[in-house]
Design a protein around this ligand. Structure first.
Ligand code: SF4
Length: 350
């Protein structure tokens, strides 16, 4: 009997570096998480924290100067890193990985609106994507494309339109349809609504969530915007300086963050109702800027900006502390911060 798979996807201690003129950029350093069928996880953090590199490692879309220094990515029980060469670079033409990408794991890119080729009709580009992976006739693929476009609220009359005839929101919705074209098990959405206006953003996110539920696909939603991700995710992962800072069920993370970086991220979310002066003070709550990943700081990577930093933080790596079931934070003070926050909230309620 085949053993039951523990998780649909497991990222285990992934270490991905980039060779650049100045040395090695340690973009991802020891990242581990899992994803289950039908689940949505949100990956958040400031620009350059390693979110997109992690996504590109999963889909094997890393550039030529990327190296996998360690760890593994296991999908349905098999490694996706079989294309890593002896010198730790990646064979981007590996046939097996090419098949997995799109058919099993698809991605909605950052700025996906510009991903369509402007000289081909949108429908034909989608048909082509299906026919590269499946032996179907043009007519069969076209029927599937029209169904998919309908799923995201685009009529079949748009099949023969060129990308410039689509609005930004429509192009983004067409990209979502394209990502679903081959019935993947996992869809990765990397900043899926960047560059869209707020109303379109809201509609697109609702669309993604609805489709995700109906098709029961697992999703990884990546964004620097915590609120965008929180609305859609069952669990959230907070990254900083190429490392995981905190992982938690979404509700528990919002109610009781246990890592100072997560607290800073949440404190920088503007409120529509708060006092303006107090809010302006709060919004500047993470002083400094993200570290250079050419030479990340020793110890806790967040220590140069952390208001709670103390003696061991600048030399020792903090452990991953489980503060409640499924909620871990990489901080020496995680337990204290988690429980103190809970106590404070409780006092406010009384
Ligand atoms: Fe701050 Fe130290 Fe915790 Fe890092 S380990 S987040 S520096 S208190």
């Amino acid at each position: 009997m085949t053993p039951k798979l523990k998780h649909l996807l497991e990222v285990k201690d992934l270490q991905c570096h980039f060779r650049v003129h100045e040395g090695m950029v340690k973009a991802v350093s020891g990242v581990s998480f899992h994803l289950d069928k039908g689940e949505t996880i949100g990956l958040v953090g400031e620009s350059g924290c390693g979110k997109t590199t992690t996504a590109y490692a999963i889909t094997s879309l890393l550039p030529r100067n990327a190296t996998i220094q360690g760890g593994d990515i296991v999908f349905k029980g098999r490694s996706l890193l079989t294309n890593v060469k002896k010198d730790k670079t990646i064979d981007i033409f590996d046939e097996q990985i090419r098949k997995t990408r799109w058919k099993e794991i698809s991605i909605i890119f950052q700025g996906a609106m510009d991903s369509f080729n402007p000289v081909y009709k949108v429908g034909d580009q989608m048909v082509e994507a299906i026919r590269v992976h499946e032996k179907v006739t043009y007519e069969q693929a076209k029927k599937r494309v029209c169904e998919l476009l309908a799923t995201v609220g685009i009529g079949p009359d748009r099949f023969d339109h060129y990308p410039h005839e689509f609005s930004g929101g429509m192009k983004q919705r067409a990209m979502i349809a394209m990502a679903l074209a081959l019935n993947p098990s996992i869809v990765i959405a990397d900043e899926p609504t960047t560059a869209l206006d707020v109303v379109t953003q809201y509609n697109i996110l609702r669309e993604i969530k609805r489709i995700q539920r109906e098709e029961n696909v697992a999703m990884i939603v990546i964004s620097h915007d915590v609120t965008t991700v929180a609305e859609m995710s069952d669990r959230m992962i907070v990254m900083y300086g190429g490392k995981l800072m905190e992982t938690s069920p979404t509700m528990d993370l919002f109610e009781n963050p246990a890592h100072p970086y997560t607290m800073g991220l949440f404190d920088s979310i503007p409120s529509l109702t708060g006092d303006r002066k107090e809010m302006a003070e709060r919004l500047a709550s993470i002083p400094g800027s993200p570290p250079s990943l050419l030479e990340p700081p020793p110890g806790c990577v967040f220590h140069p900006r952390c208001p709670y930093a103390f003696e061991p933080c600048n030399k020792d790596l903090p452990p991953d502390v489980e503060v409640s079931p499924g909620h871990t934070a990489a901080c020496f003070l995680a337990e204290d911060l988690y429980h103190k926050r809970r106590e404070d909230e409780w006092k406010k309620l009384r």
